[in-house]
Design a protein. Structure first.
Length: 140
């Protein structure tokens, strides 16, 4: 028994000529809003100043695909980011760096203080736990 495997499942069906249903809805909504603005704003110049961004936004929603994703996804992400809670962590502490004396040349006897920088995984884990705790406290 042979089965036909569907292909091109990523592309939307073209329903209204060369436009898919979503593209048609965005363009129709932009044109409808533009007509309403033109009809109810008394000054034609002011109406055109508002119609041009509306039509540009409708065209971007219908046809612009940044990173091969729909533009509406980017608009939704920007909207959720602006309304969502944000976690700001900044704890500036004025701690002097630990220093130790290092003999640079065995003949001269000169000593220099050099900072000791060590990457501590425990402090990194502690920071991650603190931020997770802050996130869960903010969500409650």
């Amino acid at each position: 028994m042979k089965f036909q495997v569907p292909q091109f499942i990523d592309t939307e069906d073209k329903i209204f000529g060369p436009l898919s249903f979503k593209e048609f809805a965005y363009i129709a909504g932009g044109l409808g809003l533009s007509y309403i603005l033109y009809r109810y704003i008394p000054s034609t110049f002011l109406a055109l100043l508002l119609i041009i961004p509306v039509l540009g936004f409708a065209a971007a929603l219908a046809f612009y695909r940044p990173n091969n994703k729909p533009f509406i996804d980017m608009v939704e992400s920007a909207f959720l980011y602006s309304l969502g809670g944000k976690l700001y962590i900044w704890k500036k502490e004025n701690k002097p760096l630990p220093t130790r004396e290092v003999d640079v040349s065995p003949r001269s006897g000169a000593t220099f203080k050099m900072p000791v920088l060590s990457e501590n995984k425990l402090s990194s884990l502690n920071w991650n736990l603190d931020t997770q705790k802050k996130k869960s406290d903010d969500e409650l």
